[in-house]
Design a protein around this ligand. Structure first.
Ligand code: PLZ
Length: 444
């Protein structure tokens, strides 16, 4: 499927001399506010491998933050996007429409949860999709308040910064933020004071009480939640939490929005993470995995809600760009043909098996969690107090990088090591990556 040999190979230090040279040019020309996890400059990527300009081949456990689920050069994505590129690059859907946009919306209606009538609107980035979900929900409900959660992440634009929980690095110094945003607790089982068994019912009761008493359910336009929280630490809301919120939203005329930008498109071993507890959101935001690496995002939902905004009220010059739509159709075709839902489940079995065994061995690993190919370990200094271990997490990531394994960290406390391999990664590479994590653990 890809020309790049599916083998780890280190020919220089990581980063190597060519990457270091480029990094010096980058430091002089690129704004300091834009960071990089690992200053290794990419030359090509595909399957489970990222090759750098020095010829090193790294095992990819990041997928460009959960984007290249079908690989970074998937055949169907490249073929369809190239063909579209040759036909036309852009017309602007708001000026003269084209079929690819409509076809992506048709696929979204089929693939997202629920068998009600659905419509979609396409955008360029995840943040833009979330912003538009808020516009649509406010327009439909004629209400203003928006409820979001501790540890939630929704983007870096002004409204989505307000929706995002963590100050550093996302918000600090960038205010003032948009009003009418209310934050409530999330069902974080591992850190729930009375234990994970009680977390779902207690957290949902607390949230419902807080919304009712502090905001008033009748004032709430939308409840927005990631069904499996991403940047906040790969937190799976405890069982019962999401269904209870969805029911509360339904009973009170609130639009329930699932932000599946990170968790969607086969990533968690289901097409969408909210399927796990049979939750059918009113609106769902998608991006990342949808288009095999090209910038595309969507809001999909109940036709009557999606149609609430006046004509001309939603859009943008590039939203649903034809090349990105062609890529999305190629990515979706690949997910179906290769059964990437099943692949993600297999990745979970392999990863959780080995990581749980490591948890037995190392007290540093407080929790192993996640679903499908969205798996993480939370690192703690002490299993009793659960004091976060961000330094050890950073050291572990660094050791993995040096050994040729690209891993990412996350979490409000910076103490979560997360694994997001492309779903097409070979099992030998997956195991080799886990070997590297095991060796790195022995050194920190
Ligand atoms: N909603 C659930 O995960 C993007 C961004 C990390 P954009 N997450 C990775 C960073 O440091 O910027 C994300 C997400 C969820 C929204 C977004 C925003 O998507 O495409 O980055 O705008």
């Amino acid at each position: 499927m890809t020309a790049i040999p599916q083998e780890r190979r280190l020919v220089t230090a990581v980063p190597g001399p060519k990457s270091q040279e480029l990094q010096a040019r980058r430091t002089a020309a690129v704004a300091g506010g834009v960071g990089s996890v690992l200053p290794v400059f990419a030359a090509r990527a595909g399957g489970g491998i990222l090759e750098d300009v020095d010829g090193n081949r790294l095992i990819d456990f990041g997928s460009g933050i959960a984007v290249t689920s079908v690989g970074a050069s998937a055949e169907a994505v490249v073929r369809r996007a190239s063909a579209q590129l040759a036909d036309f690059t852009h017309t602007c859907f708001m000026v003269t429409p084209y079929e690819g946009y409509v076809e992506v919306c048709e696929r979204l209606a089929e693939l997202t949860p629920g068998d009600h009538a659905k419509k979609s609107a396409l955008f360029n980035s995840g943040a833009e999709a979330v912003e538009n979900a808020v516009k649509i929900a406010r327009s439909y409900t004629k209400r203003q308040a928006v409820v979001v959660f501790d540890h939630g992440y929704h983007g870096r634009t002004n409204l989505t910064m307000a929706l995002t929980s963590k100050n550093m690095p996302y918000k600090n110094g960038f205010g003032p933020f948009a009003p009418e945003i209310y934050r409530v607790p999330v069902a974080y089982g591992y850190r729930w004071p009375t234990g994970p068994e009680n977390c779902g019912p207690e957290a949902s009761a607390q949230v419902i009480d807080q919304i009712s008493k502090q905001i008033g359910a009748d004032n709430v336009a939308a409840i927005i939640i990631e069904p499996l929280l991403g940047e906040g630490g790969f937190i799976e809301p405890a069982k019962g939490f999401l269904p209870a919120l969805a029911k509360f939203a339904k009973d009170n005329g609130i639009v329930f929005v699932a932000d599946e930008i990170q968790s969607g498109f086969c990533r968690t071993g289901q097409w969408f993470a909210c399927e796990d507890e049979g939750v059918v959101p009113d609106l769902i935001t998608t991006a990342k995995g949808i288009a095999g690496g090209l910038p595309l995002a969507a809001v999909t939902g109940r036709a009557e809600i999606m149609d609430a905004a006046h004509a001309g009220g939603l859009g943008g010059t590039y939203g649903g760009n034809p090349v990105a739509c062609a890529a999305a159709l190629g990515a979706i075709e690949t997910m179906r043909e290769l059964d990437l839902v099943a692949k993600a489940r297999r990745i979970e079995t392999v990863m959780k098996g080995r990581l749980s065994a490591l948890r037995e061995k190392y007290d540093l690993i407080g929790d192993v969690r996640g679903r499908g190919a969205m798996i993480a370990i939370e690192l703690v200094k002490d299993r009793e107090t659960k004091e976060p271990a961000p330094e050890a997490t950073a050291a572990l990531a660094k050791a993995c990088h040096a050994a040729g394994l690209l891993v990412l960290t996350c979490g409000t406390y910076g103490n979560v090591l997360r694994f997001l391999p492309p779903l097409v990664i070979g099992e030998d590479l997956l195991n080799e990556g886990l070997d590297i994590i095991e060796q790195a653990l022995a050194t920190v």
